[in-house]
Design a binder for this molecule. Structure first.
Ligand code: HEM
Length: 408
């Protein structure tokens, strides 16, 4: 049975490449959880974990050091993409302790809860400004007019770079995120990501060294100045981690707003509940994160031989932890396909778990709260204005291409 399931192509995560599966991956996740929760995917050549407890264990104990170094790529005869690897091997997301602990500690001194709190009024102003721009028309594309620019304008403010750069920051982030979120190899994508990576690195390097316009107060300046026990980040580490913070914070937040609002539009009673009961907003954001997780899965490497769910996993084998499947596991969440803003003990996996738990979760939660309040409080009669919706071809960082709505 296990061998049969292991070779069953209809259980492969590659099926996410089918637009119909991508539009609703939850039946595939359910089958995986029920038929082969620790699944060897021969097409992806990795283990796929879909139960909450197993995803939790993988995030807790497997290695995050999964990106090949430039030297390893050269040894494999893979040339041309080393500049991307140069950046990724310095990003906290792809490092283990003690390097990860050290880097994250330094970055945390720059990205404090106080810095997030200070941004609150500015974030509210940005949300309202974006709504003002479309208010009179009675229509908007929630993604293009709101959910995409919102976190990128917030990010420009957070980093301390000029606000007018936000479109460029967004475009670079989208390219980089397409690579982070996908596991198929696409030659066109590689050249775009290479160009965007080179441009981002040059942009941040210039911003750090700009003599005429010294760095404004913000995350970038704080990363440059961060010091713990006499140690500082190298310039390459500052740049690599400014990039991972920017990319990590944009696509996901856009998709929390876009996919979250779509979920509400499809369940009008829940939309009305959130509109009429502001006191459930924080719980609703957690529930939307669980229900439609913006970051659906992440990769890891097995550190040492281990048995999970009765399957022997060997040291060095690759793993895919599907947080979005764990978040719908009935063994952990009663009635997991129901949206319940007052769900008890809602410790979902949408922000990951353990050492790599999302670095920007407090900001993401604040942005989510402000965005949903602004959209629901200011736009009465919100309704879907499209028969057909398309999902972006990003399998891990799940989100819509557009979300047309009308209101008023
Ligand atoms: C709804 C919004 C967000 C979601 C769903 C999300 C999700 C995640 C997840 C699942 C991880 C762990 C990945 C792994 O273990 O492989 C993560 C890590 C991370 N996130 Fe977020 N994120 C969000 C917003 C943000 C924001 C706003 C920022 C920055 C301000 C950010 C920065 C990061 C960084 C830097 C990491 C790496 C942490 C580490 O490796 O120690 N994220 N995020």
């Amino acid at each position: 049975m296990a061998t049969q399931a292991a070779s069953d192509p209809s259980l492969s995560l590659y099926r996410l490449l089918d637009p119909a599966v991508l539009a609703d991956p939850y039946p595939l996740y359910k089958r995986l959880r029920e038929e082969d929760p620790v699944h060897w995917d021969p097409y992806l050549h990795c283990w796929v974990f879909t139960r909450y407890a197993d995803v939790h264990q993988v995030l807790h104990s497997f290695s995050a050091d999964r990106t090949p170094s430039p030297d390893q790529l050269r040894a494999l005869g893979i040339v041309g993409i080393e500049p991307i690897a140069e950046v990724m091997v310095r990003q906290m997301l792809f490092l283990d302790a003690p390097k990860h602990t050290h880097l994250r500690k330094l970055c945390s001194t720059a990205f404090t809860p106080r810095r997030v709190e200070l941004l609150e009024e500015r974030i509210e102003e940005i949300a309202n400004r974006l709504i003002d721009a479309v208010f009179a028309s009675g229509r908007m594309d929630v993604i293009g007019d709101f959910a995409a620019p919102f976190p990128s304008i917030v990010f420009a403010a957070l980093l301390g770079v000029p606000e007018e750069d936000h479109k460029q920051l967004k475009a670079w982030s989208a390219d980089f995120a397409e690579m982070l979120g996908n596991f198929q190899h696409n030659i066109d994508r590689v050249s775009r990501v290479l160009r965007s990576t080179a441009e981002m690195v040059a942009y941040f390097r210039r911003a750090i060294h700009e003599e005429e316009r010294p760095l404004a107060d913000g995350l970038l300046k704080s990363l440059v100045e961060a010091e713990v026990d006499g140690e500082r980040l190298s310039e390459d580490e500052v740049i690599a981690n400014a990039i991972v913070t920017m990319v990590g914070g944009q696509e996901t937040t856009t998709n929390l707003i876009g996919s979250g609002l779509l979920t509400l539009l499809r369940q009008p009673a829940k939309l009305a509940e959130l509109r009429d009961r502001p006191e459930v907003t924080a719980g609703a954001i957690e529930e939307l994160l669980r229900y439609e997780s913006p970051s659906q899965h992440t990769g890891r490497i097995c550190r040492e031989d281990v048995v999970i769910g009765g399957k022997p996993i060997r040291k060095g084998e690759a793993a895919m932890a599907v947080m979005a499947a764990g978040n719908r596991d009935p063994e952990r969440f009663p009635d997991p396909d129901a949206l319940d803003f007052e769900r008890k003990d809602n410790r979902h996996l949408a922000f990951g778990w353990a050492a790599h738990f999302c670095f920007g979760a407090p900001l993401a939660r604040m942005e989510g709260r402000i965005a949903f309040r602004a959209l629901l409080d200011r736009l009465p009669g919100l309704a879907l204005a499209a028969d057909k919706l398309e999902w972006r071809e990003n399998l891990g960082l799940r989100g819509l291409k557009a979300l047309p709505v009308r209101f008023g």
